[in-house]
Design a protein around this ligand. Sequence first.
Ligand SMILES: NC(=O)c1ccc[n+]([C@@H]2O[C@H](COP(=O)([O-])OP(=O)(O)OC[C@H]3O[C@@H](n4cnc5c(N)ncnc54)[C@H](OP(=O)(O)O)[C@@H]3O)[C@@H](O)[C@H]2O)c1
Length: 306
Amino acid sequence: MLALVNTPRGTGPVEIREVREPAPAANEALVEVRAFSLNRGELRLMQTRPEGWRPGQDIGGVVLQPAADGSGPASGTRVVALTDNAGWAQRVAVPAHRMAALPDIVRFEDAAALPVAGLTALRTLRHGAPLLGKPVLITGAAGGVGHMAVQIAARSGARVTAVVGRLERGRHVRGADEIVEGIDKARGSFALILESAGGASLAAAIAHIEPNGTIVIFGNSSGEPISLSFRDFAEHPNARIQSFSYFRSEPEERFAPDLALLASLVGDGSLRLSLVERSWRDIAEVGPELRDRRIAGKAVFRIDQA
Ligand SMILES: NC(=O)c1ccc[n+]([C@@H]2O[C@H](COP(=O)([O-])OP(=O)(O)OC[C@H]3O[C@@H](n4cnc5c(N)ncnc54)[C@H](OP(=O)(O)O)[C@@H]3O)[C@@H](O)[C@H]2O)c1
């Protein structure tokens, strides 16, 4: 079968090559991959992982062979799935508890956008639950995680301020009460702040957190460091900074229900995805667009199975 393989010393960052078919373990289903998505974190991994490494976490596809232990969806089920790696391939083995069936209306391309970014949006927001009536600030709102987090927060009843780099970057951002250009333009204080830009943005987040509020830090897109002092919290008593990893934030058995929830939100129209959709043969061109903040929402790739 064909798969994208890491080639950090090659002409492009990855290359489509002939590789061995997956050999699923007893708890893994074999999935025919129809679409996958690219995450900002994976751009970094492609530089640091060795030649021959097989990237790919976010999958939309069809179960070809269910897990031998009988767990998970049946053969022929259309699924959204999260893999550890090797998902940018025509077929992949996926633990049966890390996938969920798709409503008929949800396309493979939509499904592929959901695992890493959608789980991050959903699970970071849980740190502020219940959100009804609460002011929430979301940085990186134009990005993959951000544009989903804004909508899920709004659907949960939060009053959302979305931070974008430039106002035109916010055209596809739905559900925000206010969209501001840079965190410095945000007014007031917030019970929950989702912070992924880092550096000056994180410093400004501390200045905007309510007493007892929570800043969830889940990224450092700017690469900037920050200096931090106890005194920064003088006007923000008992506020906390919560680190976050989408993979380890909740127990393994929560993956399938959370993926099913995200797929249902897309299915009922309450989560509208902004996608740039291309062939997997175009990934080397799209990577720099994502890196340089030119993608509105998520970059998704279709795999040719022929
Ligand atoms: N901890 C976890 O488990 C976890 C999971 C998923 C993602 N992440 C991290 O969370 C962040 C967001 O992920 P994503 O997939 O949503 O990424 P993305 O689609 O690339 O979006 C990142 C957004 O951050 C904004 N941004 C602000 N300052 C930036 C800067 N100096 N450089 C680059 N972007 C900047 C951009 O805003 P504008 O478009 O308005 O310019 C962009 O829309 C990334 O850092 C990623 O690595 C962490």
